[in-house]
Design a protein around this ligand. Structure first.
Ligand SMILES: Cc1cc2nc3c(=O)[nH]c(=O)nc-3n(C[C@H](O)[C@H](O)[C@H](O)COP(=O)(O)OP(=O)(O)OC[C@H]3O[C@@H](n4cnc5c(N)ncnc54)[C@H](O)[C@@H]3O)c2cc1C
Length: 558
């Protein structure tokens, strides 16, 4: 574990060579610095800073308790992913030893990242490693105070984890300073969860959107414009569609209800994505795609949930939003994916979000570090979760209903699970009871051949058992299959196609739904292959059909 942290730290703090700095000089301006000077405060807009001479100190100064994160000397640089995503910064930057720096404004840094291949790689890798380090080390700027038994605390923690917002979680029951901190910010324990941002704002049980707004996460999507293409969902399919749509000149907006990256964003390592032989995390995939989408001018809005879809008399689509209002589009790509099915076991709701999870990310791992946990499911996501948790917990029980792990899981994962010292496979096994009051104390499992029962002393249960489509917002608008996934192209029964189709005298395109001009891509589509690469591919393909649809629609109007 220590080696891994050392590796992250060394990627996070590279030293630029002289010729690399020379290239960067074209994008910014030099400034003299003096010891003790504050270059920027947490919460401010800020520049990418390269140290030319002297040294800078990066500080987490939450509530007046300054903590040095790193000192950057000549050739080092200060900045993180927020510079590319438009968020405020989490840390303050002070001059440790006077000298000279090169300051590059965020807009120019985006040019560096998209035009200077060699530098782009070093900077992006450092930014991603810095974020990983911050996530592991309690992060900066944001404190979440709440009870581990509270569903709202779990919701906010999941939102922070899925969006990779570095934060410190202060547990009401265990942390002796929690109440004093709350009092200082004018809040009571009964008003938790409370989110404290940069010692400035204390939000009492905020919605995800309110928290996003305060920390500058939400990218506002202008409502007055009619977009050529609105993509709903920013998993691999939605991000693929946004990148291809914008790069091919379409005015593109992508809406996302929780976090960029979708299901893939909850994966700690995707190893079968083409071109990344050592694998990459879902967060890295999503961050890189976001930068690419921004480069081509796509807008993204997080968190913004679509709740309905209708076609107006002008032939444009109106996408209703959970916070009220709507966005208007000439074409739509539904890429809302799927979510894991719930386990059918009594008292599940009592533990959901607290001890029963559908993702295995840093947030969940932190809550069961050193304990025993169980993972239910026989697919790749369950396998990845089991291996990830094996590195953070004492023991992982992997429960599958069938008798052969190889039936639903890739060979490389099966082999690794077999080799893992602290992963125990329980085949032909199902969960029957959840034990405990506020938090899981154990689960009763049954061997479905013999009926024999045993109790596992696990403190958390991770469930990855097949998916349900996220199509609530499409009910009544487009045709769905019997499991709720979107029907497209030839899958559509001709009899459900209305007059609108007769007028067009054509059949739906391959990824087109029963509503002309509305396409579906990725896991949400009936019959799709549930994989990252196929989702990205379908996103790109759907854009091709959007062009055809818009050209036809234009011809019809002319
Ligand atoms: C833990 C895990 C590990 C995995 N590992 C691999 C792997 O190694 N290799 C591989 O190929 N595949 C893997 N998969 C599968 C892969 O992640 C999915 O096939 C892929 O993410 C599907 O992409 P998608 O864009 O279609 O949908 P999703 O990834 O499900 O994304 C859909 C997005 O839409 C958003 N959304 C839903 N409803 C709304 C709404 N109403 N309004 C706005 N937004 C909405 C969701 O929040 C979500 O972000 C894994 C999946 C999981 C869960």
């Amino acid at each position: 574990m220590k080696d891994r942290m050392e590796e992250i730290l060394s990627t996070a703090t590279p030293t630029l060579k002289e010729d690399q700095i020379e290239v960067l000089m074209r994008y910014g301006e030099t400034r003299e610095t003096h010891a003790g000077q504050v270059l920027s405060r947490a919460g401010d807009d800020y520049d990418f800073i390269v140290v030319l001479e002297g040294a800078l100190e990066v500080v987490d100064d939450f509530a007046g308790q300054a903590r040095t994160i790193v000192i950057q000397r000549a050739g080092g640089f200060v900045g993180d992913l927020n510079l590319l995503t438009g968020q405020a910064q989490y840390v303050s930057v002070m001059v440790h030893e006077g000298g000279e720096v090169l300051a590059i404004p965020p807009e120019r840094l985006k040019e560096v990242v998209t035009e200077e291949a060699n530098l782009s790689d070093i900077i992006l890798k450092a930014f991603l490693a810095r974020r990983s380090w911050e996530m592991r080390n309690g992060g900066t700027g944001l404190r979440l105070v709440g009870s581990r038994h509270s569903m709202d605390t779990a919701r906010l923690r999941e939102f922070a984890a899925r969006n990779r917002l570095p934060h410190v979680w202060i547990e009401l029951e265990d942390d002796p300073n929690a109440e004093a901190l709350l009092e200082r910010f004018g809040a009571k324990p009964s008003e938790t969860p409370v989110a404290i941002w940069q010692s400035k704002a204390a939000l009492k049980n905020p919605t995800n959107a309110e928290l996003a707004q305060v920390i500058g996460l939400a990218v506002d999507a202008p409502r007055k414009q009619t977009y050529d293409l609105v993509v709903i969902g920013t998993g691999p399919a939605g991000l693929g569609a946004a990148v291809y749509g914008a790069s091919e000149g379409l005015a593109t907006l992508a809406l996302e209800s929780i976090a960029l990256g979708g299901q893939a964003g909850t994966s700690s390592r995707i190893e079968n994505y083409l071109g990344f032989p050592v694998g990459l995390s879902g967060f890295e995939l999503a961050s890189r795609a976001l930068i690419q989408a921004n480069k081509f001018g796509a807008r993204t809005a997080v968190p913004l949930e679509a709740v309905g879809l209708r076609r107006g008399e002008d032939g444009h689509y109106r996408i209703g939003l959970s916070e009220g209002g709507e966005v208007v589009a000439r074409s739509v790509i539904a890429a809302t994916g799927a979510r894991y099915r719930r386990l059918e076991v009594p008292r599940l709701e009592r533990f959901e979000g607290v001890s029963v999870h559908h993702a295995a990310t840093e947030a969940e791992a932190q809550r069961c570090e050193g304990e025993e946990v169980a993972v239910v499911g026989g697919g790749n996501s369950a396998g990845q979760a089991a291996l990830f948790l094996a590195g953070r917990t004492r023991r992982v029980y992997l429960l599958i209903r069938g008798d052969d792990l190889g039936k639903g899981m890739s060979r490389y994962l099966v082999d690794r699970i077999t080799d893992a010292r602290n992963v125990e496979l329980l085949a032909d096994t199902e969960v029957r009871e959840l034990l405990g009051e506020d938090r899981l104390d154990g689960v009763v499992v049954e061997d479905n051949r013999s009926g024999a029962r045993r109790t596992l002393g696990v403190r958390a249960l991770f469930v990855f058992i097949g998916a349900e489509a996220n199509t609530g917002w499409l009910q009544g608008a487009v045709e769905l299959d019997e499991r709720g996934f979107v029907l497209t192209g030839r899958e559509l029964d001709g009899s459900v196609l209305d007059d609108d189709w007769q007028e067009r005298s054509r059949e739906p395109f391959l990824l087109e739904t029963s509503m002309p001009g509305v396409f579906a891509a990725g896991d949400v589509r009936s019959g799709s292959i549930k994989r990252c690469a196929s989702a990205v591919g379908e996103g790109a393909m759907a854009v091709r059909f959007v062009h055809q649809y818009l050209a036809d629609a234009g011809a019809q109007r002319a």
